[in-house]
Ligand binder design. Sequence first.
Ligand SMILES: *Cc1c(COP(=O)(O)O)cnc(C)c1O
Length: 401
Amino acid sequence: MEMRSLIEESSKYLLNTYNRQPVVLIKGRGTRVYSLDGKEYIDFVGGVAVNVLGHCHRKVVVAIQKQAQRLIHVSNLYHIEPQIKLAKQLVKHSFADKVFFCNSGAEANEAAIKLARKYSKERFGDDRYEIITAFGSFHGRTIATITATGQEKFQKGFEPLLQGFRYVPFNNVDAIQEAITHRTCAILLEPVQGEGGVNIPSDDYFKKVRDMCDKNDILLILDEVQTGMGRTGRLFAHEHFGITPDIMTIAKGLGGGVPIGAMLCTNKVASAFSPGNHASTFGGNPLVCASALATLETILEDGYLLEHCKNMGMYFLNQLKELAEDFPVYITEARGLGLLLGLQMSVDCNKIVSNCLKRGLLINSTAGNVLRFAPPLIIEEPDIDILIENLRDILENYYDE
Ligand SMILES: *Cc1c(COP(=O)(O)O)cnc(C)c1O
């Protein structure tokens, strides 16, 4: 079918929940994706921080093929080999002792919220259920996670929201101190706010938050759904800050493109859950775990990819900073950690996103006026140069086009 008629059918048959770009993508290899009408694009969206190894990485494809032939799904009523192997690797390479598998970031956060509440109620009594989250955060689209999300635009129209959440400005230690009461059971934060516009905290923020949690016996939950799996140049972003959480959620980059989420935690917290407390039919099924295992092994293989991500991230950020200096009227700030980068704009981002698409570049915008870049971690300098040159050209001719 022709691309244009397929796009017409898209709006005819699909719920209108996305502002989609006018292109149908049918194939991907590495940092490149291809549309139905045969155009090639460099992918700086990366499935929104999903495709850490690029598209259709050989090892991931082979792992999925092999597992699909062997066993695609069995219930969690039985032991699942790829799930056990994946959990073991995640534990080996993180602070965590235990893992629960689900299918998305929102579900991982749901699990974290439930676990934190149960743990705290059992230990400190029924009154202890409140969770502090940050303004500008994003934790998912279920009722509980839009409530956790400190942005009204995601909550509006879906009230009544869940009870027991409190919001504080991100990167402000005093605000957390003031918000803590005898009811506080956990603090839930992203190490770097992704959807909120790539907001990076000061170096000592998380150390101070961790201290406050320890002093008050409060759980620290880190939402690493976007920042995890090497995105920032470390396997998990909190490693930059020299702290560990009690609970961590991951998803996006975990599966190499298949839907999988996970909640990781320490033994201390894990003990609050027993059979029947939480479950997911598809959670950790053989197929997605085989894919995630291949993805994790490839990320960790020789430390090359994380080092590469760090280097490319620094290169990319420097290029964005130069661009910001050259176009102060259009760009207010360039920021980033590893290969999660943002360009805070003072002009319409949609126009730039569409223009990039025409030029064979996938980028996206978030938080209204931030261009966000989350390319595969295998990206190389020449691809970054192409993007920067095109952004330069677009901004030079911004009012002509
Ligand atoms: C994307 C995202 C989520 C939600 O993940 P889904 O898989 O879309 O449910 C939660 N938290 C953060 C930080 C995210 O970036």
